[in-house]
Write a protein that binds this ligand. Sequence first.
Ligand code: HMG
Ligand code: MG
Length: 304
Amino acid sequence: MMAPAVRIVEVGPRDGLQNIRDTIPTSTKLELIQRLHQTGLQTIELTSVVSPKAIPQLADCREVLSNTDTKALLDDSQLRLPVLVPNVKGLEIAKQHGVREIAVFISATEGFSKANINCTVAQAIERSTQLASLAKASHIAVRGYVSCIFADPFDGPTPLPAVLRCVRALLDAGCYEVSLGDTLGTGSPANVRELISYLISNDIPVDKLAGHFHDTYGQAVANVWEAFNNGIRVFDSSVAGLGGCPFAPGAKGNVASEDLVYMFHNAGISTGVDLSKLVETGHWVCKKLGKSNSSRAGTALATK
Ligand code: HMG
Ligand code: MG
């Protein structure tokens, strides 16, 4: 089978759920992961191993990771199943559960760094460099995130060199790819073009970059398309457009996976994902969570 032209990193079980206040039963999270896998998605961020005080919703990460069905997926070497970790404690727990890939995360900006992970950008770079080196010594792959690529909830607009510094540091640390996070969802295609051109002109290989767009201003699908046209081939998204971060007040969910798949397939660009199964999963999870579905394609296709 040919590799899909675009790789989708489904972040629903992590980013999608982390900011939901009502406790979601672990069984729902487990079924969500299995349903997402059945759509053909090959990369699914399973959960995070972070302070339960920071993110109470994902305090059941050990149950998620030790479940028999999750274990079966973790044993499948064809899949990428990153788990978000902020520190050595998180890495150790992930390792004990047979996790083969972690995601480390830093912010390009001081305000969000302090609020989200209680340290400065320089300290976060140092921590993630140490984490990446420990992970790699245990043959665990490392993905990186840089948050607040366009703006910070406390500091305002983000200067381009601040993003470059973080992307470079994560690649130097050994991340196989760095996802550019518009945490607040304020960016639009002109910002996307400017940032990618700037990174490329500073010798960052575009095939090491991914896009992670939140949809606060309704720009996320357009941002993905612009990033695609500027060479990016990996995109993070969340089924039903779930998502958000408690430390980025007011930010909306991730771009909906259904909307991306619809857009790419209509352009003849393969994703390896079965759109109708994805749409079904979006409606299933929204019903379980008692939330409305933020995917426009998902909503339109379900009423057909
Ligand atoms: P801290 O308070 O400075 O650190 O938090 P600490 O080491 O003093 O730990 C505090 C407590 O958490 C302790 O427990 C630790 O044991 C526990 P206590 O003694 O008070 O009972 N703890 C842990 N428990 C489980 N797993 C761990 C862990 N580490 C500590 N790994 C810390 C610093 C980084 C731990 C905290 O701030 C934290 O966990 N932050 C994570 C916040 C988070 O997950 N945010 C959302 C994800 S990022 C995001 O959404 C953006 C992204 O989507 C991209 C984008 O959109 O831009 C990725
Ligand atoms: Mg996010």
